[in-house]
Design a protein around this ligand. Sequence first.
Ligand code: ADP
Ligand code: MG
Length: 401
Amino acid sequence: MKNVKDLDVKGLTVLVRCDFNVPFIDGKISDDNRIVAALPTIKELIKKGAKVVLMSHLGKIDYKKTPEEIEKAKKKNNLAPVAVRLGELLNQEVFFCPAVRGEELAKAVKGLKEGEVLLVQNTRYDKGESKNDPELSKEWASLCDAFVMDAFGSAHRAHASTYGVPEILNKEGKQTAIGYLVEKEVVSLKRAVEVPSEGRPYVAILGGFKVSDKIKVINSLVKKCDKVIIGGAMAYTFLKALGKNIGASPCELDQLDYAREMYETGKILLPVDVKVANDFDNPTDVKVVSVDEIPEGYEGMDIGDKTIELYCSEIAKAHTVFWNGPMGVFEKEQFVDGTIAVCKACAELKDAFTVIGGGDSASAVKKFGYKDRFSHVSTGGGASLEMIENDGHLPGIDVIG
Ligand code: ADP
Ligand code: MG
């Protein structure tokens, strides 16, 4: 696959799909990691004398909602502050185009000189983006001479800016390539896709909240891994499937048969005790109980002490670890223990390859001070899971020539 460093683009307009889907608090960027991660590719293109056009999505805009609600979502997911931050990091002006198509965009792109950078408004401002609309792809493709895919976090989605545009450029015989960020992700994640005998045992740790998104992956993880450790909200669907009373814990009732089937592979480890609370928002009674004794009305918020011991001893044997999703509600002081213990167990491994995927998991390891002790912290949650699920393939990467 072609890399950005192989491109011959002096004087050419290069469209770069970045992942600037950054978190905001009170209208300010609260974590600029993803912008920083995009710098090597952008700097390389500036150095080569390209005219650099950057595109990214930000947040979600639901076009099934009312026009007022859509306007509100657009206001909330305005990319303009990213141009300012990027300009500071690059130490040069980054132009911003508020239009995602039409004459205003075409003019802004044509006005660029060699080495200049333009950021286009949130690609999802046009509803054709998420549908990979052919007209939209055609319009964007017509603006550029080459394309670079550097948005790993969006590579599992075949949208106009991640798939439609490079597909057209390939057909026209124009250059398409992956950027440095995507290259690093692919190289690292491949080590969690195909694990040779010296990389075993291979332990996957799954947690977090987005159960329905993640539960599908278990099917492929049980095939690839030696053990799959389950924590977070997902654990309760499994416990319920085994006939336990889970109180008020989160549960996906339509996944019980599947959970049972997965459990029967013999590779899944479930909590033996959990930390429960009488209320999610205002917990006044918090205790560790056996999974056979979850009280009525109580909700599981973290894994318990015996489970921590069990999980950590399993992690200690691993030579490869893939971790997606915190063990508990780690944002709350009372429920950090499971997640911290797993961080520590992974950090203490010697001769092991440890990968974290998932936005919240990544912020947890950062918050608890273990980020540098992982072999790779992926910028893409859904994308990293799908890459493992699909044996190393993602549409937005496979499309690159
Ligand atoms: P990631 O972003 O790493 O993929 P998710 O987005 O799936 O992870 O989930 C992260 C969220 O899961 C955190 O906000 C955490 O509070 C929540 N969570 C973890 N365990 C539980 C639980 N037992 N009950 C409710 N929420 C949980
Ligand atoms: Mg998340």
